[in-house]
Design a protein around this ligand. Structure first.
Ligand code: NAD
Length: 286
């Protein structure tokens, strides 16, 4: 989708971090943006900031884990701007813990937002993009966690592998139809956002007992919170995503030579040679 000027982008998780940066960067490129998030107050603040930069922006509170809420988002976008051209399924949350020690409430929360959120986005928006029969693009935010594996982050890594896999399926499906709609999967390295404070958006019915948490969970979550300020700026990811839309590039990855890319290659090599998994990349302290 070479020309983005005057086109509309719908972005979930737009109140903070990468989604918020996408709204700003896409808007500066001439797009109109529909910003969605479950956190109403910070969403409204983010919309005001974007609008103050002269960008046409609409905000809509939406929990992506709820199919009806995502359908409602599409209606809001159509009412505001007519067509929809770019859809960024970006909202996501993090919980740490081992495969066996992660409480069901954590699995459920992470799966509901990170996987069902993307499924709802695809079920809602892909038919609209196909029906419009105009150039369009779907951007799914996964993670380098979706291309690698590591210990003590079971629910999150699994969820991001699912996002990568769905994105690849979508790519093949759209190509087979010769659709005018492209797909990108954004796989960020560590980014300076509030993902380490994802707990703030956990629904009440999935609250966990912090006293009962295994030590691994506490350690990993504290480590994520402490390390994100050392990550790249969200704007970097937004610029990569915009370039991918314009150049119809599927993989949106950290630069060549990044330790996460080495870890992804190591995993592929292990699979091809049927070797047991090697702990590589940042998960191994690289
Ligand atoms: N920050 C990183 O290091 C990093 C690395 C790789 C991938 N990612 C991915 O980037 C995406 C954006 O996260 P971020 O790092 O900007 O974190 P962030 O916490 O700053 O932003 C995520 C946003 O998603 C929103 N959100 C949470 N649950 C929601 C729901 N049910 N419905 C709608 N919105 C919801 C939050 O309110 C928040 O505004 C996520 O998918 C995350 O997994 C982040």
């Amino acid at each position: 989708m070479e020309h983005v000027q005057g086109k509309t982008a719908v972005i979930t998780g737009a109140a903070s971090g990468i989604g918020r940066a996408m709204a700003r960067t896409f808007g500066e490129a001439g797009m109109r943006v529909v910003m969605a998030d479950v956190e109403g107050t910070s969403l409204e603040q983010a919309r005001k900031d974007v609008a103050a930069a002269g960008i046409e922006a609409v905000a809509h509170v939406c929990d992506v884990s709820q199919a009806d809420a995502v359908s409602g988002l599409a209606e809001v976008a159509k009412d505001a701007f007519g067509g929809i051209h770019v859809v960024c399924n970006n909202a996501g949350v993090f919980a740490g813990g081992t495969t066996w020690g992660t409480p069901s409430s954590d699995y459920e929360w992470v799966i509901n937002v990170n996987i069902w959120g993307v499924i709802h986005g695809l079920q809602t928006f892909v038919p609209i993009l196909l029906e419009q029969d105009e150039p369009g693009h779907v951007v799914n935010t996964a993670s380098m966690a979706g291309l690698t594996t590591g210990p003590m982050t079971a629910a999150y890594f699994m969820s991001k592998h699912a996002v990568v896999s769905m994105s690849e399926s979508l790519f093949h499906e759209l190509k087979a139809r010769e659709a005018k709609v492209g797909v990108s999967v954004v796989c960020p390295e560590l980014v300076d956002t509030r993902i380490g404070e994802a707990e703030r958006n956990r629904p009440h019915h999935l609250k966990r007992d912090d006293e009962e948490l295994p030590n691994e969970t506490k350690l990993v979550e504290a480590a994520i919170k402490a390390s994100t300020p050392t990550g790249v700026e969200p704007k970097v990811l937004a610029e990569r995503a915009l370039a991918a839309i314009q150049e119809n590039q599927f993989w949106v990855l950290p630069p060549d030579g990044d330790p996460w890319r080495r870890a992804a290659k190591q995993r592929c090599d292990d699979i091809v040679h049927a070797r047991n998994p090697t702990l590589a990349g940042p998960a191994a302290g690289d």
